[in-house]
Design a protein around this ligand. Structure first.
Ligand code: PEP
Length: 252
């Protein structure tokens, strides 16, 4: 099974119900008649997931959650479980986003629990990871990425990787306007694939989609996506504008 290209929009804590619908309707019309070379995924906030699922039914647009809790259910005020997501026909969840790590203290141990729960519930996981600016400056970026991957994902069984999508997001490039150069992205993606190959073999490593995230825009998407080990992008800011997101989708 060859790996798939994916362009995913992380809408973060943006857009009320009306704005979410406007964005979805805009996207639906701008994608009409386009031959897609990738899966297209959007991740609205929890409160707008249900309506997003309904309004994208019958289209190529898939809907993902931005997070979930690791427990099945219980006294966890304010949290959302995997079963609740499945119940409203969500098939994908983003885990490990740097904003969850930074602002909500999510570390490898917790993320491992979340990933394991999500996979046990047959959700697909878009797993985000990436180094800080200080890691790159001190030439530690490969070691940091290696430990993030190993600590969270390397106890999985080979067949569980079919439900894993990786999103390499150097933290210094998220929402900053700074982008990793296409060469920097390719270098890291190739490194990531080699780690997976060493642990699981070529079949798993060749099949896993590795997305790049960090200030992808219409102007730089094509060059980044053209790299051999870059299988699409996780897009923040630019996914909130119909035209920009459409151009990024077309760039693949
Ligand atoms: C993100 O939050 O995953 C992201 C890549 O954001 P931006 O595209 O805005 O840098």
């Amino acid at each position: 099974m060859a790996r798939k290209n994916i362009v995913a929009g992380n809408w973060k804590m943006n857009n009320n119900a009306t704005q979410t619908q406007e964005l979805i309707q805009g996207l639906k019309s701008s994608l009409e008649g386009i031959t897609l070379n990738s899966r297209v995924v959007i991740a609205p906030t929890f409160v707008n997931l249900s309506s997003a699922v309904s309004s994208t039914e019958g289209t190529a647009i898939e809907v993902s959650a931005q997070n979930m809790h690791q427990a099945d259910s219980g006294a966890y005020t304010g949290e959302i479980s995997a079963d609740m997501l499945k119940d409203i026909d969500i098939q994908t969840v983003i885990l490990g986003h740097s904003e969850r790590r930074t602002y909500f203290g999510e570390g490898d141990e917790l993320l491992k629990e979340k990933v394991n729960t999500a996979l046990a519930k047959e959700l697909e996981v878009i797993f985000c990871f990436g180094e800080l600016l200080e890691d790159r400056k001190s030439d530690n970026h490969f070691a940091v990425v290696e430990s993030q991957l190993k600590n969270v994902l390397f106890d999985l069984k080979a067949d569980q990787w079919k439900n894993i999508v990786l999103a390499y997001e150097p933290v210094w490039a998220i929402g900053t306007g700074e982008t990793a150069s296409p060469e920097q992205a390719q270098e890291m993606h190739a490194f990531i694939r080699s780690l997976i190959e060493n642990q699981y073999g070529a079949e798993v490593s060749e099949d896993v989609s590795i997305l790049y995230g960090g200030s992808v825009k219409p102007g730089n998407a094509q060059e980044i996506f053209s790299k051999k080990d870059v299988d699409g992008g996780l897009i923040g800011g630019a996914s909130l504008k119909v035209q920009d997101f459409t151009e990024i989708i077309k760039a693949i």
